[in-house]
Design a protein around this ligand. Structure first.
Ligand code: SAM
Length: 278
């Protein structure tokens, strides 16, 4: 970094991993082999990228910060199987980039030390694309890892737990001390592995309607599901009657809290609401 006069940018979540042992363990947790093509989000100066390149068939690294490109050109010079694209992952057309860089013969895995300020949007972006991702192995803030793995009836269970657990089995591989980074972040971190499911826990026919229901149900966590749904769908007698019927048909008490409902129960409730015109 000194050689290139590069200074890390806090607003881009630039906390670079310097612990070689952690880098090796991330690649092992992602089970990256020559049968895999890897997408890395935010290669930084290429510390993790080098280890990925040594294990994977190919690596595509998306980096938003153009001032890192000359650094990456040098650190990645020995690795012809690495392509770097100067892109914002949240705006990137992943299917097009995959078609451009990968041969279609290998599993696609995402492995990254994420920029923490956009962990949730990145996960939602990855889960929302049409590409067939075999697994996602990512470093994130420990608290967010807790939300991803949270079970119903716990304080961390919410819309993120539901969105992710519906399509993936979530495993916390290991935790990482803040001193493994330069500069050290203000939080501790965890490596989370999402093993994508062949079939989701609940088939969702209307994803937008499902997301609206789940977000709305958790909008005021301490209020009952009844209060949250009336707030969400409106106080008209028709809306109230529809909510009442949808809850009753799903066997959900009006006094229940959103955190008590499993993914399957949310899916059933959404179908009932739709049947009743909401
Ligand atoms: N992979 C490196 C490592 O492990 O040391 C750097 C990880 S650092 C936590 C996050 C990286 O993501 C930074 O290089 C940052 O510039 C990049 N980044 C931030 N926002 C991004 C975005 N929207 N799209 C792509 N990369 C982004």
């Amino acid at each position: 970094m000194e050689e290139f006069g590069f200074h890390t940018k806090k607003h881009l979540g630039q906390n670079f991993l310097t612990n070689t042992d952690v880098l090796k363990r991330i690649v092992a947790a992602g089970d990256v082999t020559a049968a895999d093509d890897v997408i890395e989000i935010g290669p930084g100066i290429g510390a993790l990228t080098e280890f990925l390149a040594a294990s994977a068939h190919q690596v595509l690294a998306l980096e938003i910060d153009a001032s890192l490109l000359p650094v990456l050109a040098e650190t990645m010079a020995p690795y012809p199987n690495v392509a770097v694209e100067n892109q914002d992952v949240l705006k990137a057309d992943l299917p097009a980039l995959i078609a451009k860089h990968f041969d279609g013969q290998h599993n696609i895995k995402v492995v990254a030390n994420l920029p923490y300020y956009i962990t949730t949007p990145i996960l939602m972006h990855l889960l929302g694309t049409d590409i067939n991702i075999a697994g996602i192995t990512v470093m994130m803030q420990k608290e967010v890892a807790g939300r991803l793995t949270a079970e119903p009836r716990s304080k961390d269970y919410g819309s993120l737990s539901i969105a992710v657990q519906n399509v993936a089995e979530v495993e916390v591989a290991f935790t990482v001390n803040r001193n493994s980074f330069v500069p050290a972040p203000n939080v501790d971190s965890a490596i989370v592995v999402l093993h994508m499911r062949e079939v989701p826990v609940a088939e969702i026919a209307d994803q937008a309607g499902f997301d609206k229901l789940v977000k709305g149900a958790f909008a005021a966590r301490r209020k009952t599901i009844w209060n949250n749904l009336v707030h969400l769908y409106g106080k008209s007698p028709d809306a109230k009657e529809a909510i009442q019927k949808a809850l009753a048909d799903a066997g959900v008490e009006q006094q229940a809290r959103a955190e008590q409902l499993s993914i399957k129960k949310f899916a059933e409730l959404q179908q009932n609401l739709q049947k009743n015109g909401l």
